[in-house]
Each structure stands twice: as structure tokens, then as C-alpha cells.
Design a protein. Sequence first.
Lengths: 202, 194
Amino acid sequence: MDTSMSPEQDTRIDDAIDEVARQLTAGSPGRHFRARVLARIDEPGRTRSGWRTAWMWSRAVVAAMILVAVIRGEWQAHRVIAPTQARQAAVAASPLRSVPVTTQGDAHASSHAIHETAPVAPQTALAVPQTTRAARRAPSRTAPVIDEWPEESPIAALAPDRIDVPRMRIVALAPAESIQLSEMSILPIDVAPLDRDGHPQD
Amino acid sequence: VSTVCVSDADLVALARRGDPAAFGELVDRHRAAVYRAALAALGSHADAEDAAQEAFLSAYQRLAGFRGDASFKTWLLTITWHHAINRRRSMTRWWRRVVALPADAEREWDPASAADSPEQAIANDELRRSIEREMRRLTPKLRDALLLAQSGEYSYEEIGAMVKAPVGTIKWRVSEARKRIKLGLREHGYVDVA
């Protein structure tokens, strides 16, 4: 859009802009401005520094509360996890753990041989040492973490004694007849009312 | 004792030593400049007064950190602008300004020159109102630069220190603000005003 103006118009508009700008910023503080400023300086309770101090103290208190909560959480984690860990250690030491058992039998069976790993513990995830928050957030199901428990908890002494279980082997089932059921056929059934003696009426 | 011949630097030194009268003198010397800067940013006299008081209070508390790299006035205006902009950014203040817009539209302008005819006086009044409306449509940066520059209170260097922009940028913003106001006026047919 063409914004060209005549020099007279341009000057007149510029003067008007200057005047409006001056009027929008015209004014002065109240008569007792200096007294009010000095009064605020003399009243430290109303100054920003007072609020700043309070704000800083409040942040320190919140930080302290969070620290206490974290420490308490760690302590709780040790207290709860330690017995489980002890049990896990016992299970881990047993021969049942991770023994590859290969099915034996004929060729047909061996073709279906399954390398099974004995279920060490369904609560493996719970056995992850909860020494860090990260570990608690993302427990690994695969990491062999039982041996990594850093130190013996005094509460672990309360755990039951180690149970020695003899080595177990699962033998493959011999091929057998199929247990599949033959198809069932249902014959027609006649239903008739019964007489007084309980016999069907013709 | 007259303090007219005492420099700002001397008054600052006295105030640092705990002389409240010295700081009071600094308040008297610069209160108009501080107040108008706050008014340019906030557009409200009440808010400008509060921001000006906070600026002086903040300056007093930071007096020990004043190194004298710039003049006391420039340093004070920088603090003032910081307080004023923080206040303006508050949503509450922003809403108050929006609500107050209709009242601003009823601003009483200075009486027209006696030499103006009644028709000319009406036309001038209408032109001022249109300019104010166009100023309100400017971006904050352009409007701030224009108001500060045309208030007659600050040099371009002082404005640059306040808004943390080079002098060349400030001059461009003032020029751009004028251009956009004129464009808006032309869209409303004011170019043809006699």
C-alpha cells in the first residue's frame, strides 16, 4: 500500500505522534513519593529482601523434607527387600537353578526336545537389589543380580535356613496313544411323561 | 545544605555509608525519569507508581553492587525497566490493561490551540485518538521504543541500556513504529485530512 504523504501531511502526522507519545508518558509520582520510598527502605519487613529470605528458607525446608523422604525410602527398601534377597540367594545356590534339562527318548521325541530352564524364581524381578532409585524404577528381569547384593543386611539373618534340594531331572514322556477324544454322537432320546409307577407312558 | 552541586556519584557514596538523606536526594533527582519509564511500560499511573517505588527500593538494596560503569541514572533506569516489564508480564496486570482500554479511549487531550477553528480542533482530536489506537496495535518492542524516545526524558543510549538493545536497533524501532502508525492512519483515510 502506498504510504506516501505530502511533506506537510507527514510533518503534521509526526507532530501528532510525538504529542500523543508525550502525553502517554506524561506525569509524575505523587507528592510524597520520596517519603514513601524512604519509609519502605526503613521497614525491612516490607522489603523484598524479607520475602526473599522467607522464600529461600521455604525452599531449604522443602529440600530437607525431600532428603528425609528419600533416605527413609531407601531404608524401607532395604528392610523389605533384604529377606527376599536372602531367599533368592538360597534358591540361586540350589542345583535347581538354571539346569538345562534335555528330554530324552526316541528320535521323534528328541526332535521336540526342549531346553528348559528350571524356573528359578518367579519373583526374580523382586530380587533386584534396590540400592538405587533407578533400579527401583526399572527392575531388570534378566540381569543375574542376586550375586550383586552389596552387603548382608542384618535382617537377612531372620530368613529361613538354606534348603538343600537334590538334583531333579524331568524325563520325557514316552510316545503314547493320543488322548484325543473320538467324536461323540448323540442318539435321539424320546421323552415321555411318567405314570404313577414311574414308567414312561406310551 | 544545598545538594545541587553534589554529583550523583557523591550521593551514591554517601548513601552507601548509610546516609538516608543522600539517597532521598537521588530519589528526588530521578523520580520523574523512573516514573515515566514505568508509565511507558505499564500504561497505568497506579502501576507506574508502584513499579517506581520498587525500582528505588531495589536500587537501594543493590547500591553496594553499583560499580559506576554507567551513570547512576542509566543504572537506575535499567532496574526500573526490569521491574516494569516483570510487572507487565504478569497476566493479572495484562488483563487489567485490557479491561482499562475503553477508559483510555476517553482520555482528555490538551485543549486545541486557540488559533484552530472548531472544525480543525475536532479533526485534531480525532487524529490523536486514532494515533493512540494505532500505537496500541504496535508490538510491545516498537511501542516501548517510540514512547521512551518521544517522552523527551531519555537519550537513545539510555533507552538502549534499558531495553538491552543497540542504539541502532532503537532508532529503527522508532522509525518502524512511526511507519506503521502512518500506514494504519492511511487505512482509515487520515492522510486526506486537511
